[in-house]
Design a protein around this ligand. Structure first.
Ligand code: TXA
Ligand code: MG
Length: 329
């Protein structure tokens, strides 16, 4: 058995940041495992952002009842051009504040390789170049963008030490890299930079005053209903244009059947073997694939609500009731 395999079979080990632990973490990420790592804001729970199943296991480990979109972390600005459309505003902010506590939400390029689960099905992708050298070294060595929410169980406070991470996630993560306490201690500022003026989606470590110094202006979604919102707000979640019918046992005339478990006639099957992690990994990509004019609707077979099934069902319900969802936001 290789070192890496050995490591995977252990429950969370905490290792001081070093070239060795960083190499080990990078190998684990490439192998589809979860690695907690320090950033200057809070500790992140990282997985290969190109690997749908690895990203699904982030939600599983956090026990998140919903698929919020995640940040793809990169070690160098040049990587962003490979998956996002970089506006002039994005480029100016990135040159000034990266590496640092700022996340930029940009349009996905048509050929963007980042998992749709990272985007929670949206046409945008959030990108951050962290200021912490260990984080950058880890991502650089892994050679893939790293999807990472804060490394805590859903609904608990964000961790700013490796010990916080261990308390919450021991046994759910392959490795915790200890880089000491986080210098900033609050999450990154999230900005939608798809337009000319940045829209503040989440206040964080980079101040509005600093941002104004570069762009002159910043917009606040709570003051303008027309602006994009953080996907915590239901209305901005990806919704298919076709009607979605839940708990279907078979497709009606014109419908595409999205299967789960044994299903002979499904156009696509979230997981023929009934594996919830596989289903979560496929969910957004498959909904998009079926959202085509050739069908009159999408009929979805029942998915159990245990484990990741809760988040899958949350998402499916929103897809099935877009109008109610918009009103609730
Ligand atoms: O400081 C941080 O940002 C930490 C470290 C680990 O980098 N990460 C973090 O991730 O706080 P998380 O998942 O807890 O928060 C990500 C935020 C959420 O508010 C989410 O809604 C927003 O970023 N976000 C991610 N992708 C988005 C997208 N495509 N459009 C709009 N908002 C997005
Ligand atoms: Mg968080």
């Amino acid at each position: 058995m290789s070192d890496t395999e050995d490591r995977m079979n252990e429950t969370a080990s905490v290792r001081k940041a070093s070239p060795e632990s960083i190499s080990e973490g990078a190998a684990l990420i490439r192998a589809g495992k979860l690695v907690a790592f320090p950033t200057e804001t809070v500790y992140g729970l990282g997985a290969n952002a190109l690997d749908d199943r690895a990203v699904a296991s982030i939600f599983e480990a956090k026990g998140r009842p919903q698929f919020n979109p995640l940040i793809a972390h990169i070690p160098d600005f040049s990587w962003a051009a490979g998956f996002a459309e970089i506006t002039e505003t994005a480029s100016r902010l990135a040159r000034k504040f990266w590496p640092g506590p700022m996340t930029l939400v940009m349009k996905r390029r048509p050929d963007c390789p980042v998992s749709y689960l990272v985007s929670a099905g949206l046409d945008t992708v959030a990108v951050r170049l962290p200021g912490h050298a260990t984080a950058r070294a880890l991502i650089e060595k892994a050679g893939v963008p790293v999807a990472a929410p804060s490394a805590n169980i859903s609904g608990t406070v964000s961790p700013t030490t490796a010990e916080h991470v261990r308390q919450g996630l021991a046994g759910r993560v392959s490795l915790i890299i200890d880089g000491g306490p986080c210098a900033v201690g609050v999450e990154s500022t999230v900005l939608d930079v798809t337009g000319e003026v940045p829209v503040l989606l989440r206040a964080g470590g980079l101040t509005v005053e600093d941002i104004r110094g570069v762009t002159g202006d910043v917009l606040f979604p709570e003051k303008d209903p027309e602006l994009p919102r953080s996907p915590g707000q239901l209305s901005s979640h990806y919704a298919p244009s076709l009607p979605v019918r839940l708990n279907a046992s078979e497709a009606r005339e014109g419908e595409a059947l999205l299967g789960f478990g044994p299903a002979g006639k499904a156009v696509l099957n979230l997981s023929p073997s009934g594996d919830l992690k596989e289903a979560a990994a496929n969910l957004f990509a498959f909904m998009r694939a079926l959202d085509k004019k050739e069908f009159s609707g999408i009929a979805v077979m029942p998915v159990p609500t245990a484990g990741l099934g809760l988040a899958i069902n949350d998402r499916l319900k929103r897809a099935a009731y877009p109008h109610r969802v918009t009103q609730r936001s």
